[in-house]
Design a protein. Structure first.
Length: 656
């Protein structure tokens, strides 16, 4: 009885030991997905397929190529079902096919894996699920059946004897003596009813030399191109278009445009410009395209709040916050890229104001091209540390656009990203709420640049509109030494006149403005000791609305009897100079001047001077302009004067 049990257990042991041998002898079936000319490219694609579909193996094949296959599967039918599943899921190319393992050489993927010893997979024909099935050889099945139902002691003994002989024959390659010893040891172990430790045979790795590099020839390239299907041609055109070599439509037709694009790409790679791709060149092009697409992560982005839809490099930026008029997308993956989407209500005046205001941002370098049209603008900026590209358009009372910001290290990426964003940009319903200032230009800088660092002007002073087309009077000191002058930091202005004797300057906006109000000059001399009010940006560009300062008119001349001056008794700040001086009726009686320099003397803090309205009107006339005199002399309340003064007082900024 003990002998019978021992032999039965030994037979079971042999079943375990012989199963891998039987599996190795099997023909397995695979879904070959594609082949690559280089090992590096094949490994990269194998990694991607493994993440998406699993059960991927890679083998060397004839001609020095590297094949990628899914499997193994127990039958060709199982492999075909899996191929159809992957095709339906768009995970593999249409030219993938079913084959067996006899065409494959050394395995390179998975690293260290042995696909030939993997248990074949089978596919459930009803639900399409992939599962493992063990299919032992006929010899092993016979042993298993006998052990499961030993009908007699003699049969069991015969089975074991036969199995032992088979085992001994199998081991003869390792030496007859070693095989006999191993058999005796196995019998003794079974007799002791102890489960033996399975000792795997040592297999020395066979290192195959790297294949010789494939040398491309023009005849081979022509032959290869003839075999391309429509999908291949579309892929080639798409990749060439991505890298900027092909600019026509994707139609799978290799006409003169595609040929020229191929030649340009080949030149860029240091290859012969045949205008025809070899297999190796196509694989190189498509692998580079796949790498680029994966890195950029281009994808559709829709912001319903901002009313913008476009393609963005979502592998480089991600949405952060809304802060009107911008949607902020921050940098990710150390891309060196940032995106701002522009969205606000407005008019042409607002568009022009935004054009100027954006150029005061630190992230928009001053050097670069500027292009502004009637309903749109483009700004480019570049410096040693920063790059920027801005596009915006006015349509249907809404201003929509985008800003791309990047580091110089990302210059190679920027051209493609700018082109992609421009081509895909689309305005949809929705706009971020816009907070417009109450100044005459209808632009409030700090409302428009929320969350961004601002470039500050050299200094800012006050000024006021004197006609319906936006001419501004300010102090001569406000524009001295300026490379650029702006009104409300939104509109560029030209210096039309500087009168250093009077201390005034006239500014003409480069684009006509339509102010909400402009100065009405008093036709009569004001009364001494009457109340006066000065409107000005006391804190320069810190606030977006002017401040009213109250005082009195002390004299109708300067300290040395200057008749063009009025002496005022009020406290003023440097930013107030250039601001209008009003009487109690709201008419302009002068312009506040900077405090005079008096070497060796110090004037009281409340002593200031203004140039008279008569002198201002004379200067306007000399410049070919006409000021407007008030015909109404009705006292104006402080509340109304505050509103009127805000409509006609402007911030004059000097930029260097």
């Amino acid at each position: 009885m003990t002998n019978r049990i021992s032999k039965s257990l030994f037979a079971a042991l042999l079943l375990v030991l012989l199963a891998p041998v039987a599996a190795m002898a099997q023909v397995t079936h695979w879904v070959q997905i594609e082949a690559h000319a280089t090992l590096r490219t094949a490994e990269e694609f194998a990694r991607r397929y493994e993440e998406r579909v699993g059960d991927i193996a890679g083998f060397r094949i004839a001609g020095g190529w590297y094949a990628l296959a899914a499997g193994p599967y127990a039958t060709p039918e199982d492999a075909e079902i899996r191929r159809l599943q992957l095709l339906a899921a768009r995970e593999i190319r249409a030219d993938a096919y079913v084959t067996d393992n006899r065409i494959y050489g050394q395995q390179f993927w998975p690293v260290g894996g042995q696909a030939e010893t993997q248990t074949p997979l089978t596919v459930d024909r009803e639900n399409g699920q992939v599962s493992v099935v063990v299919e032992p050889s006929a010899e092993v099945a016979e042993v298993a059946g006998t052990v499961a139902d030993p009908t007699s002691q003699a049969n069991a003994d015969a089975v074991v004897d036969t199995a032992v002989e088979t085992a001994a024959d199998t081991m003869t390659d390792a030496g007859a003596n070693a095989g006999a010893d191993a058999t005796t040891e196995a019998q003794q172990t079974v007799a002791d009813t102890t489960v033996p430790a399975v000792v795997e045979p040592v297999v020395e790795a066979v290192v195959e030399p790297e294949p010789e590099p494939v040398v491309d020839t023009l005849p081979d390239a022509r032959t290869f191109e003839y075999s391309l299907n429509r999908d291949d041609r579309v892929s080639i055109q798409t990749a060439l278009q991505w890298f900027g070599f092909y600019r026509s439509g994707i139609d799978a037709q290799f006409g003169p445009g595609t040929r020229a694009a191929i030649r340009d790409w080949q030149n860029s790679q240091g290859l012969e410009p045949w205008g025809i791709l070899s297999r190796n060149q196509m694989m190189t092009l498509l692998a580079a395209y796949d790498d680029a697409v994966a890195r950029y992560g281009f994808g559709p982005f829709r912001d319903d709040a901002a009313g913008i839809e476009m393609t963005l490099p979502l592998g480089m930026v991600e949405f952060e916050r809304h802060e009107a008029p911008f949607a902020h997308l921050r940098e990710i993956n150390d891309s060196g890229m940032r995106v701002l989407l522009i969205s606000q209500e407005g008019s042409q005046s607002t568009l022009f104001g935004l054009y100027e205001i954006l150029q005061t941002l630190e992230v928009i370098p001053l050097d670069g091209e500027r292009d502004r049209g009637r309903d749109r603008f483009i700004i480019t900026g570049q410096s040693a540390t920063q790059r920027a590209h801005v596009e915006a358009r006015l349509q249907g009372g809404m201003i929509k656009g985008w800003i791309l910001l990047w580091d110089p290290s990302a210059d190679d990426d920027a051209e493609l990203i700018v082109s992609t964003m421009r081509d895909s940009f689309r305005s949809i319903n929705g706009v971020l709420p816009s907070s417009l200032g109450a100044t005459a230009s209808t632009v409030a800088r700090r409302d428009l640049i929320a969350g961004l660092e601002v470039r500050r002007p050299e200094h800012s002073r006050s000024g006021f509109f004197v006609d319906a087309v936006g001419t501004v009077v300010t102090s001569a000191e406000a524009v001295q030494g300026c490379e650029r002058v702006t009104i409300d930091e939104a509109y560029r202005a030209d210096v039309r006149l500087v009168d250093n004797d009077l201390g005034i300057a006239l500014l003409t906006p480069q684009d006509p403005l339509v102010p909400l109000a402009f100065a009405q000059f008093s036709p009569n001399a004001p009364g001494v000791n009457s109340d006066v009010r000065v409107s000005g940006f006391s804190y320069q560009d810190t606030l977006t609305r002017p401040i009213i300062t109250f005082g009195q008119l002390s004299a109708l001349e300067g300290l040395d009897g200057e008749t063009h001056l009025n002496r005022l008794s009020l406290s003023a700040e440097p930013g107030d100079s250039g601001g209008p001086v009003f009487d109690g009726n709201g008419t302009v009686i002068g312009m506040l001047l900077p405090r005079p320099e008096t070497p060796g003397r110090m004037l009281p803090e409340d002593v200031n001077f203004s140039v008279s309205s008569a002198s201002i009107l004379s200067a306007l006339q000399g410049a070919g302009l006409t000021g407007t005199q008030s015909r109404i002399a009705i006292p104006m309340s402080a509340e109304i004067l505050t509103r009127v003064s805000a409509d006609l007082t402007v911030l004059v900024s000097c930029w260097k």
